[in-house]
Design a protein around this ligand. Sequence first.
Ligand SMILES: [Zn+2]
Length: 284
Amino acid sequence: MWSVEKPNFDPGDTFDTCISKVKNKALKARFAGIRQTVVDGSAELNDRATAEELHLIAQADNVDGQVSKDEMVALYDSRFAGKTGPGRSIYSALQLLPRDGRCPYCDHRDVSTLDHVLPKTLFPALAVTPNNLVGSCKDCNKAKLTAAPTSASDSVLHPYYDDLSSAIWLRARVVEQQVCAVLFRAERQQQWSDALNDRLSDQFKALGLGRLYTQQAAREMSGIRRNLIRVHEASANGAAAVKRELRHQWESRSDDMPNSWQTALYDALHNSDWFCEGGFRLGK
Ligand SMILES: [Zn+2]
């Protein structure tokens, strides 16, 4: 959902590093035999992701009939993600790529793991491929669908390839009732393909982002309530003063991150006359 700069680790070198300390000679020879397939798999992922065709990458339960899915998963778990594994430094470097250490799927929680954009159990050749591995939080990693994409419309958004920053797509609206609440949605963009809009909408729902942001917005509004009451009471036209204060908050956040939940929140708040006239006083 939020872009991350693509890593430039060589997929062949990364694979070599991971298998470098395999002691079982027969296993090591089988791993060495699939090296080119691993390298080609990374190139195909790059091309397909660029063309929004992730769903055309074939699933498999082994690599070249030489290395099983379980052996690739074990390679990732012990020799790439494992704390003493030879690939651990690459694992750690990939975790550092998302901006401010924030998960690019929710843009809220901290990066604490690596997510396989295409699951390693269905695409074992991509188990230790850097451009298939994105730093994420554990919640998003778990909530993300582990099924393989079946069409261009249900492919997961890839933070290294899908750049949504050309549009303001995260929107919020104030529910102007007894208790002030803010609801969030991913707004469809005319200039985007239907497939891209569907992928964003599906991922927004699958990761529970609406609920997450509504909860965070409630906390944020509690935190600014006292200040808004002060601003309101200090001015002859309190509602206009509150609106101005909220607009300044929106402008500042918008400059920094146009599609953050905070930007969407302050956009909705300063545009709600109901909120500026006193809705901000309501809350738990
Ligand atoms: Zn996340």
